[in-house]
Design a protein. Sequence first.
Length: 209
Amino acid sequence: MGNLHVLNHPLIQHKVSMMRMVETNTKDFRALANEISLLMAYEVTRDLPLESKEIETPICKTQAKFVAGRSIGVVPILRAGLGMVDGILTLIPNAKVGHVGLYRDPRTHKPVEYYCKLPIDAEKRTLIVVDPMLATGGSAVAAIQFLKDRGCSDIKLMNLIAAPEGAKAVMDAHPDVDIYVASMDEKLNENAYIVPGLGDAGDRLFGTK
């Protein structure tokens, strides 16, 4: 059963506050997104299984712990999710990276897939879907479903900022998926922006308007 995890580590909270500030420039915003993603990845992977293997230290032979079981895959939701990938890869350099691209149909307002490229063994990996903002939850719900439709079952969602509405939407649609967020904000405004939020994460990451 999936759960919602709000990661309230002091360093994460400090860096999120810096990201929120309107005067934070693109370079610093991008660096902060990477740093927070690295710190969050530490928590997201806390339950990875371990196995013992015999190694030899300069002193003696001993049983040592190594990560076992499923390998990791990182799946950013384009485009803003790209800003979280490098931080995770710093911690888990052997992770494979897939990409999911979505747009919202202006007539139906439903997410439509325009791109999905996954590692060839994605169904055997623990997949971490990343997107800075979890607002309405529509994109995350759809992206997770696209992965499930391709045979993937071990999926986690990682967001920097979430609104209660978005978290509920994901938990209702995918109760088996754990959600990890750096901050649970107050609400969505009439334009579906998270309040207090940090603005448009994609624009602030890439310097666009």
